[in-house]
Ligand binder design. Structure first.
Ligand code: GSH
Length: 251
């Protein structure tokens, strides 16, 4: 059976999961754990060096290490309407690049806001550490956050991610122009990829994607952007209601 290593609350992981579910692929999801998870995965993949992110899909001897490739693989082995119509592939890939830029910017904004908090350092610890003992491991959590910020070149106080995220969301708003889908008149991976850029602005209902623990009541929301992009948030909510079932699968 296919194995998807993923982070439950992560929009990148959801891009892969959404496509696998859309194509009715049979897979099991393995939770990626901070710190140890990366070493375990590297060992399983026989890939000691080089960049590694999740989601990762294993299909027998084959390892797919990017959500876009996983979504395309799901289409090649699964059923259901295409998310990558052949004549629109270049357009969909371009939207996915925009999604990558927006998601990286959203991650930077989120980390800048929360990296100094005790709660996030605790949330960055492996689940296997009992809750009561986690405060003792606070320095490990703080080290993990620092290395995460270094891995993704996130700098405290840098306003550039705001400019990137708003530029991508403005482009999305313009392209949709009040319509339902980005590419032609049909649901495609472009819609999934761009809908998920809103996860770090105003997350979708938690029945679809669980929330990240440890962020407190502010959660992943970016108050400066929530009202500005209320129309896009409503579009994303409608897309989820139309194409996704709470807890996974198709609507
Ligand atoms: N282009 C990749 C990007 C994935 C990505 O950035 N994943 C991050 C999500 S925060 C990750 O793996 N974080 C955990 C880590 O770096 O240890 C994809 O779409 O799959």
């Amino acid at each position: 059976m296919l194995e998807l290593t993923a982070i439950a609350f992560s929009p990148w992981s959801e891009k892969a999961r959404f496509a696998l579910d859309h194509h009715r692929c049979d897979y099991r999801e393995l939770a990626y754990e901070p710190i140890v998870g990366e070493y375990v995965l590297r060992w399983q993949m026989r890939r000691p060096f080089g960049p590694l992110t999740v989601p990762v899909l294993r299909d027998g001897d084959r390892w797919l290490t990017d959500s876009f490739d996983i979504a395309r693989h799901a289409e090649s082995i699964g059923r259901g309407t295409p998310l990558f119509p052949k004549d629109r592939l270049a357009e969909i890939a371009a939207w996915n690049r925009r999604s990558e830029a927006a998601l990286a910017a959203g991650r930077a904004i989120l980390m800048q806001g929360f990296a100094q908090t005790r709660e996030l350092a605790i949330a960055a610890l492996p689940d296997r550490i009992p809750e009561a003992l986690k405060p003792l491991f606070l320095p490990v959590g703080q080290w993990r956050l620092r290395s995460f910020m270094a891995k993704y070149s996130i700098r405290a106080g840098d306003r550039a991610p705001f400019a990137v995220l708003t530029a991508e969301l403005d482009a999305l708003e313009q392209a949709l122009a009040g319509g339902r889908y980005l590419v032609g008149d049909a649901f495609s991976h472009a819609d999934i990829a761009m809908a998920l850029t809103l996860q770090q602005v105003h997350p979708v209902d938690p029945s679809y994607i669980v929330r990240m623990a440890g962020l407190g009541p502010a959660g992943m929301n970016v108050p400066e952007l929530e009202s500005r992009y209320a129309g896009l948030i409503a579009w994303r909510d409608e897309l989820y209601a139309r194409h996704r079932r709470p807890g996974g699968g198709l609507a």
